[in-house]
Design a protein around this ligand. Structure first.
Ligand code: SF4
Length: 281
């Protein structure tokens, strides 16, 4: 693949997704990007991280993809928005990397999570990588904003043991203000996963002043409970760990003055989900 960066472990592995990474795939010709997207022979990754305990059950190896069509005001990884900021990696190399972890992940009842960015911006690569990892007997999870879920067939969804669906807001207008995109396709994907009885966790980022309305959260909780496939809800407190990336990338950051919520406030939000019979943390 012409223009593919020289890969080494240092480049491929990050201590955390909070490392700022830009232009790593800039040398890849457009024609290679187009063919990679069409076939999934190559993908673009911000990094691999190991040892996460918050991105699915057990200990996870996470591959962070680049490319995202959302523009969440609180995004802590805006360097993942642009696909060409990621490292170009062949499907074979990515699979080989994950193969190294297979025994450890099985022993620790952990697995592999594909996150981003939005992994389904590279849906062929995502599906082929998840399928290859699944074939190794490793638990697979997809962390997604859900809006491109229609790109996956029912059979392809069968290769994913768990979908972590990020629902940013129940209210259409607030969702648009917060992400720049519509919530409708996200909810359609949630309904489809429910119909297929595919296990799902809902992730909800709680941002004071933006996604903290109790009525709104209760409506989302009712919807999630009605689906029947939601195993748990993670209420994720807004934080400022990604602020420096907005500054470095010279992006205008609207949440400069927003303080992370207090633990009791998050507990209150969890209680709204629990009131509908869901497990919430
Ligand atoms: S969907 Fe995720 S990666 Fe995309 S803008 Fe929102 S928080 Fe950032």
């Amino acid at each position: 693949m012409s223009g593919t960066a020289q890969l080494n472990d240092e480049l491929l592995h990050a201590k955390s997704p909070f490392e700022l990474r830009v232009h790593l795939g800039r040398g890849v010709p457009d024609s290679d990007v187009r063919s990679a997207l069409a076939t999934g022979d190559m993908g673009f990754l911000h990094s691999f991280t190991t040892g996460s305990t918050v991105d699915g059950p057990g200990v996870r190896v996470v591959a962070w993809t680049t490319g995202c069509q959302f523009r969440c005001l609180y995004c802590h990884n805006p360097d993942t928005w642009n696909m060409s900021n990621g490292i170009p990696i062949t499907l074979g190399k990515a699979t080989e990397e994950l193969h190294k972890y297979r025994t450890g992940l099985k022993v620790m009842a952990g697995g592999f999570t594909l996150s981003g960015g939005e992994p389904l911006m590279q849906d062929r690569f995502a599906v082929r990588l998840l399928t290859a990892v699944h074939a190794m007997g490793i638990h697979t999870a997809l962390d997604t904003n859900g809006s491109l879920g229609a790109r996956l067939t029912d059979a392809e969804l069968g290769e994913i043991d768990l979908v972590l669906l990020d629902i940013k807001n129940w209210d259409e207008q607030r969702h648009r203000r917060l992400t720049g995109m519509e919530v409708g396709p996200v909810l359609d994907f949630a309904r489809r996963l429910a119909k297929l009885k595919r296990p799902m966790w809902v992730r909800y980022v709680f941002v004071p002043g933006w996604s903290d309305d109790a009525r709104n959260i209760s409506q989302l909780a009712r919807f999630a409970a009605s689906l029947g496939n939601v195993e748990r809800v993670d209420v994720l407190p807004f934080h400022q760990m990604g602020r420096f990336k907005w500054k470095e990338l010279k992006l205008s950051y609207a949440l400069d003055d927003v303080q992370p919520p207090a633990r009791e406030t998050i507990e209150h939000a969890c209680a709204l989900f629990r009131a509908e019979g869901l497990k919430a943390y």
